[in-house]
Design a protein around this ligand. Structure first.
Ligand SMILES: *Cc1c(COP(=O)(O)O)cnc(C)c1O
Length: 360
């Protein structure tokens, strides 16, 4: 399909921000990728065009019923000038699982990866090279049919935008303080918690706002039925090291199947460190903390990669983890994963994909 890719280059390149001014998701590259879907024609008209606003009918279904999916992944420029993507197929395959759940038409994974490589090649000068910076890639789908009936849309757009992002930690990896949310819930089994869809995030804003006011950077969600099983942290999966063994909540239908989570599990197994996926209660963590058995806790996600947790507040009981400092294993995982991603360390599990375009 990409043989028909149309490329329109901008005649008005933007000024690029300095590496220390990047932050996260504030600046966008010169171009974007779009393709359209209609029930009659399937996915068609793939194109790369100058980054610009999109025009939608106010009745477009995405505005009313939230039929939309997104993904997030990163590209890195190595010291020798190669461009690498971290496990991009995993993201597009997950996008298809989200699509399936939200009755959005399936994408051809190879076509999307090729489109992404083409877009990166057009905007390759936008990939920052300062330590720990990268190009964040945001593919998303919106339902565009202008019709107010509650039914899957007949028309969609698939869009990729890209944003150069700064180092998540400017002064080394620092632990965060997390508020365990006992009132609001993020999702329930049978809902859309395992899909990367907008409604999950809109539903979490209130709790996040309250936690911020109390001085916590994120919310740790408990399950929606019993309010006792650990789910995940904000937009990160979560891991706990208890007496030398690493534990993480099992994929249960209401949490996201993170690419970073999967990679951390594989890396730990590669190092012969035991890792167990199972239901974990907050009560159990509290007891482990009191007995001195809770050694480390960290979140995992594309944006921060590893985010050590230094403090958990559960109904005003405060659990301090590893004296509020970054644990040894958290640090080693962060250094290894970012080292592999930046092309500085060997890639023992074959994760990195060169972003050189080849026409399919
Ligand atoms: C994106 C996301 C994650 C992390 O997934 P990665 O693929 O590792 O970036 C975890 N939880 C939620 C709710 C997310 O949206």
């Amino acid at each position: 399909m990409l043989q028909s890719l149309e490329i329109e280059l901008t005649s008005n390149k933007k000024q690029q921000p300095a590496a220390d001014q990047l932050g996260f998701g504030n600046h966008f590259t010169d171009h974007m990728f779009i393709m359209d879907y209609s029930t009659d024609n399937g996915w068609h008209k793939p194109r790369i065009q100058p980054y610009q606003p999109i025009v939608l009918d106010p009745a477009a279904k995405v505005f009313h019923y939230g039929q939309t999916i997104f993904e997030g992944l990163k590209a890195y420029k190595t010291d020798d000038g190669r461009v690498l993507l971290f496990r991009p197929h995993k993201n597009i395959q997950r996008m298809n699982r989200s699509n399936e759940r939200l009755s959005v038409p399936e994408l051809n994974v190879d076509v999307v990866i090729e489109a992404l490589k083409q877009l990166i090649s057009v905007d390759k000068d936008w990939i920052p090279t300062a330590p720990s910076t990268s190009l964040y890639i945001r593919p998303f789908i919106i339902a565009t049919q202008p019709q107010l009936g509650v039914a899957p849309s007949t028309h969609y757009q698939f869009i990729i935008i890209m944003s150069p992002v700064g180092a998540y930690y400017t002064e080394g990896v620092n632990p965060v303080k997390i508020f365990v949310e006992s009132e609001y819930v993020r999702s329930v089994k049978g809902g859309v918690g395992e899909a990367k869809t907008a409604g999950n995030y809109a539903a979490g804003l209130k709790a996040q706002e309250i936690a911020k006011e109390k001085g916590y950077s994120q919310v740790l969600w408990l399950d929606g039925v019993h309010r006792k099983y650990i789910e995940e942290v904000g937009s990160m999966n979560v891991f706990f090291k208890l007496k030398g063994v690493v534990h993480t909540p099992a994929l249960n239908g209401s949490i996201l199947d993170g690419v970073t989570r999967n990679s951390i599990i594989q890396l730990l197994k590669h190092w012969n460190i035991e890792v167990i996926e199972r239901p974990i209660t907050i009560e159990e963590l509290y007891k482990a903390s009191q007995n001195g058995e809770l050694e480390e806790a960290f979140g995992t996600g594309t944006a921060a990669v590893i985010s050590p947790i230094g403090e958990l507040n559960w109904q005003d009981d405060v659990l301090i983890i590893n004296d509020g400092k970054t644990g040894e294993l958290s640090k080693k995982l962060y250094d290894t994963l970012t080292g592999i991603q930046m092309g500085k360390l060997e890639d023992p599990l074959g994760w990195m994909v060169e972003a050189t375009p080849v026409n399919v």
